[in-house]
Design a protein around this ligand. Structure first.
Ligand SMILES: [Fe+2]
Length: 464
């Protein structure tokens, strides 16, 4: 495969040289496994103000106190956006009272030539009743363009987002297990300072843990970022929230508040708990898997994954990445073995399709593995990364299996976030940014070469 789809430009030469030079760092062999000696600062407390849902004067959001006849229906916005297909965006927001599910938008601040009316839902959980959860899909939109928008035609608050590019390069932020503590705030601050196109979240969002108002405080906490870039996620165990006899439906709040595009794309899954989508004009395919719904052979998720992988054209799609909550490879003491059953069911599918990388959460630490298949280093297997270090209130998982397994390349129990920049059709740069006191510090990085560009790996694709 050619060095890159944009190799015709002069700037590509400099990029190519950079990639070649950096390839010396490419995928560290497991023989140089590192357990970081970094000593982290003391834990930080939960953000008590953000968890107090009823004290509106103390929310981080601007509160609407205007004269609209519909009263103060715009108090709680919790706006977030998610991609729907190549050129549309779902806007989701919440109001206390009835309000129109309208998004007005345009490319100039204060001018909204376009309007879309979506739909509204609510849910109840024990004694809690949610606000009105509105959802509207806007578009078609131009790539790499800033749009300004307002929700429920409320004139007091204008939001804006930038659409992702339609070609490479493409920049992801990847981080799981956010919660809403001082460390979450630190991680969000570092992410806000990054120039990125889309955030991918491998589960465990609010740590509401049955206290539904925490979903609202989490929605407000992440709104400044989640309203400005598409946030795409899959579920973790903290999203289940089942209560014996009282609340039998799992994922009630998660599915109502964080609807993902399971009904869009080339292979709709029909289930919010697993789905896939393309970015960068199909150069990158992202697969969101569900650790907490059936994944066994013959299950709906398994059969959907088979169809999804079979539909990928690796001549067009340079990189395929998957996200899952419970890690399939993990040398931390925490949650040891919890991803084994899913790995047993699905690892062959991902390996056969030459998936390039698998990102997981759940373990509150960072770990990067070599390319692995069947428990052993394999040049055609995915790079496995655990990135469950967003900053939640359960703290870090600092105890590791000793000695470090040969397939584990780097591990450290610190909060932080990851960035995956898919530079061109052959190379992607993965960096992990530790929350080092209050500074984001690059503590680990590696160049990942697309398996589609590897003649040895591509040759036997799907021939297992
Ligand atoms: Fe988890």
């Amino acid at each position: 495969m050619a060095m890159g789809r944009r190799s015709g430009s002069s700037s590509s030469m400099a990029l190519a040289l950079l990639v070649l030079a950096a390839s010396a760092l490419s995928l560290l062999p497991a023989s140089v496994a590192v357990t970081s000696p970094y000593v982290r600062p003391a834990p930080r407390a939960a953000l008590s103000l953000l968890q107090d849902d009823d004290d509106d004067d103390q929310t981080p959001q601007q509160e609407y106190r205007g004269n609209l006849t519909t009263d103060n229906y715009v108090r709680k916005f919790q706006v977030h956006i998610s991609m729907v297909g190549p050129d549309k965006m779902r806007v989701t927001w919440i109001t206390d009272d009835d309000a129109p599910a309208i998004v007005d938008y345009g490319t100039t601040s204060g001018q909204y030539p376009f309007s879309v009316t979506g739909s509204t839902t609510t849910y109840s959980y024990v004694l809690y009743h949610s606000g009105k959860i509105h959802d509207a899909v806007i578009g078609p939109l131009q790539p790499s363009t800033t749009y300004f928008y307002r929700c429920s035609s409320n004139p007091s608050r204008e939001f804006s987002f930038r659409t992702p590019p339609a070609t490479l390069p493409f920049k992801f932020v990847i981080v799981g297990d956010f919660g809403q503590t001082g460390w979450t705030e630190s991680t969000l601050k570092h992410i806000a300072a990054a120039d990125y196109d889309m955030l991918l979240l491998p589960g465990d969002l609010s740590y509401a843990d049955f206290i539904q108002t925490r979903w609202d405080s989490y929605g407000r906490l992440v709104e400044p970022l989640a309203s400005a870039r598409p946030w795409m996620m899959t579920e973790g165990n903290h999203e289940i929230e089942k209560l014996p006899l009282i609340e039998r439906t799992p994922f009630k709040a998660y599915n109502a508040r964080w609807r993902m595009p399971y009904d869009a794309g080339a292979t709709p899954s029909g289930d919010n708990l697993y789905y896939s989508f393309d970015v960068a004009g199909g150069a990158v395919h992202v697969i969101m898997l569900g650790s907490y719904t059936d994944y066994g052979t013959g299950s709906a998720q398994y059969r959907w994954l088979q169809r999804d992988l079979a539909a990928i054209d690796r001549g067009r799609t340079a990189f395929v990445v998957a996200l899952v909550h419970a890690p399939w490879y993990n040398s931390n003491d925490a949650h040891q073995g919890e991803g084994d059953a899913m790995r047993g069911a699905m690892e062959d599918l991902l390996y056969g399709a030459r998936v390039d990388a698998v990102f997981a959460g759940h373990v509150h630490a960072y770990e990067r593995f070599a390319r692995v298949y069947g428990g052993k280093e394999d040049p055609c297997g995915p790079v496995y990364v655990t990135i469950g270090d967003g900053g939640n209130r359960e703290g870090l998982a600092g105890k590791y299996i000793d000695p470090q397994p040969a397939i584990s390349a780097f591990r450290e129990a610190s909060f932080g976030h990851g960035r995956l920049e898919v530079v061109n059709a052959t190379h992607a740069l993965w960096t992990w940014h530790r929350n080092d006191d209050d500074e984001p510090v690059v503590a680990d990085q590696v160049w990942i070469t697309s398996l589609a560009s590897s003649p040895a790996c591509n040759k036997n694709k799907n021939k297992m």
